[in-house]
Design a protein around this ligand. Sequence first.
Ligand code: FES
Length: 119
Amino acid sequence: MFVQKNRRIIIALKDCFQMIKLTDQHGQKHTLDAVEGWRVMEIIREHGFIQGICDGICECATCHVYVDKPWISKLYPAHDEELELLDVLPDSEENSRLCCQIIYDENLHGLSLTIADVA
Ligand code: FES
């Protein structure tokens, strides 16, 4: 009975815990607490890793990240405005995204990203 109850509590806590895996500009790996409904940029900025200068209106590219390949298909595709800004970045790659355009939800638990050098 005791073990079963604790197991249910552990499962419930696991369901509540949301996180992003982030590699910073120096190659250091971090696990960040994430909040559903927040822009991924806001989550990373809240932890002090990026500036997000334009506050998510797709104008500054200080939120440029590389999405680890297994996660690309789980994200909504970039819209035209985001693609246009990514196109002018010198270090843009196939897996580049502006993380202000990604809204975190439970399906992104464990999302793995690397901050681009320009961020
Ligand atoms: S925060 Fe400026 S483009 Fe994303």
